[in-house]
Design a protein around this ligand. Structure first.
Ligand code: UDP
Length: 323
């Protein structure tokens, strides 16, 4: 097949491109390299089955030329990462809403199947556990910048359902804290990337607040397998899926684990949210996916244990720093 991956030079996007190339498909990648990195796909650049375009998904004319040619679209391009979204709030809303609208409009025009990458962030600060796909989103006030990302992704999902209502085959995947090689500690500020790079440099591991807030960390191979199943299982059309592990880990425990696995002499320090982000920051204290729907319909279950995934991630960060 001919497949478009928007954001295909990003952390998740580039792994998806690798997996789809390995399956023998022809890939079109559009990425403006804002948080994506050419290094993530450099090993594929000479391959005649890979067409890379360095541009924005907001370039409609270009998007039309690409979408016209493909059979399937994975839409991953977005302004991502809590810190990144707080620093670029306008860009975040514009790219994450208008960009998805463009993808869906064109997919509809040419009748192409689409997988929309959404996020567990759409559940907001709901502390219900586990969170199932039809649970409520609980977002904070609009004066708190963090929620603009969740809102933008929620609008993307609404748009996807509207187009599904018109008959377009669309599936939504909600990623839960994916981690693995190619995470960028500067760009995305994901906690795993930050802790691993801090530990490898023997710098303090910065645990925000008391560290008792939890996340379910999902290794990249699982994230990718779930995404591909979402695109290939017919029954998945018109539905959203939690793609994540349901092993809940407090952030303090993650810091201790990273310290142990790296053999680092770093100390673990607690940093108040106000210092880490800004005064009116709001946190999601707990975030656990209900994995039953993905299991039932996609046949997907996250498999890589956290210790193993962290080992592979640490190994990659070590090699990166040597380069
Ligand atoms: N976090 C932390 N130290 C850091 C970065 C993040 O303790 O240096 C915490 C953050 O407060 C949150 C969790 O780690 O509870 C996950 O943060 P991340 O930004 O990776 O993703 P989120 O799940 O919040 O979108």
């Amino acid at each position: 097949m001919k497949i478009l991956v928007t954001g295909g030079a990003g952390y998740i996007g580039s792994h998806l491109v690798d997996a789809l190339m390995a399956q023998g498909h022809e890939l079109y990648v559009i990425d403006n390299l804002s948080t994506g990195r050419i290094d993530n796909i450099r090993h594929l650049l000479g391959n005649e089955r890979l067409h890379f375009v360095n541009d924005s998904i907001l370039n409609e004319a270009l998007m039309e030329r690409i979408i016209e040619q493909v059979d399937l679209i994975y839409h991953l391009a977005a302004v991502v990462g809590v810190k990144h979204v707080l620093d670029h709030p306008f860009q975040g809303i514009l790219t994450n809403v208008r960009g998805t609208e463009i993808v869906l409009e064109l997919a509809y025009k040419y009748w192409r199947k689409v997988v929309i990458a959404s996020s567990s962030e759409v559940y907001g600060k709901s502390e219900k556990a586990p969170l199932s796909e039809d649970d409520d989103s609980i977002l904070g006030p609009t004066a708190v910048g963090r929620w603009s990302y969740a809102l933008a992704k929620a609008i993307d999902e609404h748009l996807a359902f509207i187009y599904y209502g018109k008959g377009l085959p669309v599936t939504i995947v909600r990623y839960f804290n994916s981690y693995g090689p190619r995470l960028d500690p500067r760009g995305y500020g994901s906690v795993v990337a930050k802790f691993v790079s801090q530990a490898l440099q023997d710098k303090p591991l910065t645990v925000f607040s008391d560290g008792q807030q939890t996340r379910c960390f999902t290794y990249i191979d699982d994230t990718i397998r779930g995404s591909i199943l979402a695109a290939t299982v017919k029954e998945a059309e018109g539905q959203s899926f939690n793609i994540g592990s349901n092993r809940e880990t407090p952030i303090l425990e993650l810091a201790q684990l990273v310290k142990r696995l790296t053999g680092s002499s770093s100390e673990i320090v607690h940093v108040p949210y106000a210092q880490a982000y800004r005064a009116n920051f709001e946190e999601t204290r707990r975030r656990v996916p209900d994995v039953r729907k993905a299991e039932r319909i996609l046949g997907f279950r996250a498999e890589v244990p956290l210790e193993e995934g962290l080992r592979r991630t640490i190994e990659w960060f070590r090699e990166e720093q040597l380069d």
